[in-house]
Design a protein around this ligand. Structure first.
Ligand code: UD2
Ligand code: MN
Length: 567
């Protein structure tokens, strides 16, 4: 009971604090508050209550806060949009379009106080630990490294301000900004003269990867902390990150990334308990981390970092090979540093008590010299070639265009891997990311299940729908993609989040049922390429096509019982 009461008190405190912070975020005093409140695009939170976060550890219930809206954490923008075209469109738009330059609403940013407060979105348990009392006395200090290309002045300024305002001064040695050849050479002038701030300008565009290395080489602190140039640090964001590195100099620590809405710049708490993962086509994605009985404020080991916001010791950054300097502009470097860190003796965690807001955009606001698809292919192919061993085939299969990327010389990076005596990618998969499904490892086959030009089709694709033998559709069509898993189930992969597997009905028609590993849903792929129902011993045949039915194996012609997978 006591525990429950404490939780309730904590939640109420949390709600009050959040409300106050939200009010504060629109200005210091009442008048200003009113003023700013009315001028901002969508000042009031939506009326319908939404979940802001899962703040409770033991009871696992959710705090519903009517003043904050829950948003699924967006992915960092992906390079699938043709960038060059988009940039040309921007150029032709009227300059009064607040999205034209930055792909976020710069008017909303301009209107906000440059030192606005943000709601404290941390789990209330985080607030019990105070700096410096509850931290090791010798936390290492850090240099903050921002790289930016054409960042909006108000946003850049607020980013730097939030670092200086919300960090213990003794833990910040310097703030280094790398102006990556912004069109206006004075773009960074807005932060010039701020305490501890130093600006370095690239005369040619280097991309964020080489720019960060330039910043790192100029830094002298024991810890480097990289940030994007459109962020706002939350309360006490820094000590929990540094603490991780204090424990282990090979650790990389990432904050939990909150969302600054790109349209109205509202600061939104994001779901906790997420970690970074990826697909074989090398798209970063957020996923729910396995809990493993730990407290909700314990650091969450993550196979991958989003890339932009993290602390790392200078010693480990340098020892482990900084970044791959042959990677251009944007993208892929988070894969490279994540594989490298784990495989070469380090670790990566997302720290729940450290929160930093970030403006997630839908598209890049800058050009990719050479094209964004090509750049992403090159950067990820370099990662695959150096770090992914035989598993790189799955990457090339999922991202065929990367096969043709001009990757450039790799010796330096392969040498580095040897010198550091790094483990294999297989080790990484087994120990760090066992949840990633490996084609061929967890499955008998996948893709279409074919007989010449005929394919097994999910029919209506709904529960109890009868399967059919149909003309094969273009690959990736949602009714003909299957996964035949090692556990014997054949699952429909329709990309809609359904969970249907192949079963037999009373008349031995193949039908869709909700997947279980009960005997009626288990199949064996035989050496003669039959699909045999384990419980009844019957084989799937096309002899009554378009129906897909099961008969005693060998009772219809071999041709009708022989099935092949496309992948
Ligand atoms: C995410 C990361 C980003 C980076 C990227 C993959 C977060 C929150 N962001 O994309 O940091 O790891 O994935 O590469 O995890 N910039 C330059 N020069 C350039 C291009 C960009 O300095 O040529 C700057 C840019 O101004 C920004 C930072 O690099 O401050 C990251 O770029 P972004 O915000 O476009 O990347 P994002 O957040 O989509
Ligand atoms: Mn960013």
């Amino acid at each position: 009971d006591d525990l429950l009461l404490n939780d309730q008190v904590a939640q109420e405190e949390f709600r009050d604090a959040q409300l106050n912070a939200l009010r504060d975020s629109y200005g210091e005093n009442e008048e200003e508050e009113q003023h700013d409140f009315e001028n901002i695009e969508h000042p009031t939170p939506p009326p319908d209550a939404k979940i802001v976060d899962n703040f409770d550890v033991k009871h696992n219930f959710k705090v519903v806060d009517p003043r904050a809206e829950w948003v699924p954490l967006p992915r960092p923008s992906q390079p699938s949009v043709p960038r060059i075209k988009f940039v040309e469109e921007v150029g032709s738009r009227k300059s009064s379009d607040p999205y034209a330059k930055n792909n976020f609403n710069v008017h909303a940013s301009n209107k906000l106080p440059s030192d606005r407060k943000v709601p404290d979105t941390r789990n209330p348990m985080c607030r019990k630990r105070k700096y410096p009392e509850d931290y090791p006395p010798d936390l290492p200090s850090t240099t903050i490294i921002f790289t930016f290309h054409n960042e909006a002045r108000s946003t850049l300024y607020r980013s730097v301000r939030s670092v200086l305002d919300r960090s213990p001064p003794e833990l910040i040695d310097e703030v280094i900004l790398i102006d990556d050849a912004s069109d206006d050479p004075e773009q960074g002038k807005i932060v010039e003269g701020m305490e501890k701030v130093r600006i370095l300008r690239n005369h040619e565009r280097e991309g964020l990867i080489r720019s960060r290395v330039r910043g790192a080489n100029a830094a002298q602190s024991p810890v480097l902390t990289f940030l994007d140039s459109h962020i706002e640090c939350n309360t006490d964001w820094l000590p929990p990150l540094l603490e991780q590195l204090h424990k282990n100099y090979r650790a990389v620590a990432s904050p939990t990334i909150d969302v600054i809405n790109m349209d109205n710049f509202r600061y939104l708490g994001s779901t906790s308990g997420l970690r970074g993962g990826f697909t074989w086509s090398m798209q970063f994605q957020w996923e729910t981390a396995p809990l493993k009985g730990k407290s909700a404020i314990d650091p969450i080991p993550t196979p991958m970092i989003a890339g932009g916001l993290f602390s790392i010791t200078k010693r480990w950054f340098d020892e482990s090979g900084q970044y791959d300097l042959d990677m251009d502009v944007w993208g892929g470097e988070n894969f490279e540093i994540s594989f490298r860190t784990w495989m070469c003796g380090g670790r990566m965690d997302i720290v729940p008590c450290s929160r930093v807001g970030h403006v997630f955009r839908k598209q890049h606001p800058y050009s990719f010299p050479g094209g964004n698809g090509r750049t992403y292919d090159k950067n990820t192919a370099r990662t695959a070639e150096v770090w992914m061993d035989e598993y790189k085939q799955h990457f090339y299969h999922a991202r065929p265009s990367a096969k043709f990327a001009a990757v450039g010389p790799l010796e330096e990076r392969t040498e580095l891997r040897k010198r550091l005596n790094c483990k294999s990618f297989g080790w990484y998969l087994e120990n760090v990311y066992p949840e990633l499904s490996v084609p061929g490892r967890d499955m008998v086959g996948f893709g279409q299940i074919k007989q010449g030009m005929q394919c097994i089709d999910a029919g209506a694709g709904t529960l109890n729908a009868k399967l059919a033998v149909q003309h094969c559709l273009p690959q990736d069509s949602d009714k003909q993609e299957w996964i035949f898993r090692n556990d014997g189930t054949i699952k429909l992969q329709d990309g809609h989040g359904t969970n249907f597997c192949v079963a037999l009905d009373k008349d031995n028609h193949a039908v869709l049922h909700t997947c279980t590993t009960d005997p009626p849903m288990l199949w064996t792929y035989t050496e003669s390429k039959q699909i045999r129902h384990r419980e009844t011993g019957l084989c799937l045949t096309s002899s009554k096509k378009p129906q897909l039915r099961a008969f005693p194996c060998g009772s219809t012609s071999n041709e009708n019982e022989r099935w092949a997978f496309t992948k």
